[in-house]
Design a binder for this molecule. Structure first.
Ligand SMILES: Nc1ncnc2c1ncn2[C@@H]1O[C@H](COP(=O)(O)OP(=O)(O)OP(=O)(O)O)[C@@H](O)[C@H]1O
Length: 356
């Protein structure tokens, strides 16, 4: 099922929670709605489910305007952060629930329901837990039951609100992998809300980055991470180093230090260069003014990645570089040493577009 969100706005009293949101989602996509707390992710998800009304705009499922269609008729599966399972029902009955409460005409037979529940429990690797009650399960297991229950009714769209939010890091990772696999099998258009950038980058085929009720950027994980279109996205998705300076004749200059930015040949204004840690090159010798001297304050080795924290000698600002273990060993650098830093790739933003 494809989803079209057309110019959707929503206010709560005088507070504008969503402002003119438009997105096209293709059938079978796995989308992450990513943004800080209060950015409007849950509100958008609830509007898609029909649990919340909208002030302006429209929602289309497969080209059909369903803005005024009730939640039940939308055929949407919903999974919340706090696995709202029925406590007094077994795992089996929880998963079977949506099928059992169907009107007689569309309700499958008892045998069909049992077969389906068994299949789903096998899929979520809980086939031996059918007779347990929710309180006898771990958090991760409960969340898998909630997913099986949402899938039992064969929804056309699956909406997940921070589905793994309450779980510990290891279980989250396992469930993430498992959600991707499940999505590949069912191929149901799925949208999940998260404020965890790693979760979004790891699971989704596209990410919608939200901020203050607006969409900041939509793109594949690679696009939003490597080519953020705003300072907000740079900051929100991963670490970033800022180089403040003045644009002059195709260079961003800070005192003697200059970075080539040929696309800004005719600009003469204050600007900020954004550089990801893995785009910071460390050199032992000063060759020209395209490097800046910095002292290594900390080296942190995490498996194959080496994080290096440096303090600029001209401005006291801190920088973060990320090297492969091999680069690190080749460079042979030590804490306390003065080295020269060169931004390999940077993106320039001019302050008139944002506040810095
Ligand atoms: N029913 C409501 N009445 C009044 N304000 C609301 C209501 N629901 C949401 N809001 C406000 O709208 C804004 C967006 O809320 P929403 O829950 O969509 O954000 P979110 O991005 O999902 O945040 P979080 O990550 O914290 O869940 C928040 O400032 C919230 O306080």
């Amino acid at each position: 099922m494809s989803i079209k969100i057309e110019n959707v706005s929503k206010s709560f009293g005088s507070f504008q929670a969503l402002s003119d949101i438009s997105i096209d989602i293709e059938s079978g996509e796995l989308i992450a709605l990513l943004g800080p707390s209060g950015s409007g992710k849950t509100t958008l998800l609830r509007i898609l489910a029909g649990l919340e009304g909208l002030d302006e705009g429209a929602i289309l499922f497969d080209g059909q305007n369903i803005t005024n269609v009730s939640p039940k008729e939308r055929e949407v599966g919903f999974v919340f952060q706090h696995y709202a399972l029925f406590r007094h029902m077994t795992v089996f009955d929880n998963v079977a629930y949506g099928l059992k409460v169907r009107p007689r005409k569309t309700r499958p037979s008892k045998e069909e329901i049992a077969k389906k529940v068994k299949e789903l429990l096998t899929l979520v690797k809980l086939e031996n837990f059918a007779d347990r009650y929710p309180t006898q399960l771990s958090g991760g297991q409960r969340q898998r039951v909630a997913l099986a229950r949402a899938l039992a009714v064969e929804p056309k769209v699956l909406l997940l609100d921070e589905p793994f939010g309450a779980l510990d890091a290891k279980v989250r990772k396992e469930l993430r992998r498992w959600l991707r696999k499940l999505h590949n099998e069912f191929n149901v258009t799925s949208i999940f809300v998260t404020h965890d950038q790693e979760e979004a980058l790891d699971v989704a085929n596209r990410i919608i980055v939200m901020n203050n009720g607006k969409i900041e950027q939509v793109g594949t994980p690679e696009e939003v991470y490597d080519r953020p279109n705003s300072p907000f996205v740079y900051d929100f998705l991963g670490n970033v180093n800022l180089f403040r300076g003045r644009l002059h004749k195709g260079k961003l200059t800070q005192g003697e230090f200059e970075i080539h930015v040929p696309t800004y040949l005719d600009s003469h204004e204050e600007a900020v260069g954004y550089v990801r840690p893995h785009d910071i090159q460390i050199e032992k010798e000063k060759v020209n003014n395209e490097t800046v001297a910095a002292k290594i304050t900390y080296i942190h080795i995490i498996g194959p990645i080496v994080q290096v924290e440096l303090k600029r000698e001209d401005s006291e600002e801190y920088l973060e570089a990320e090297l492969t273990k091999e680069q690190y060993l080749d460079l042979n650098i030590q804490k306390g040493e003065t080295v020269y830093v060169r931004p390999k790739q940077l993106r320039v933003f001019i302050p008139e577009d944002f506040s810095i």
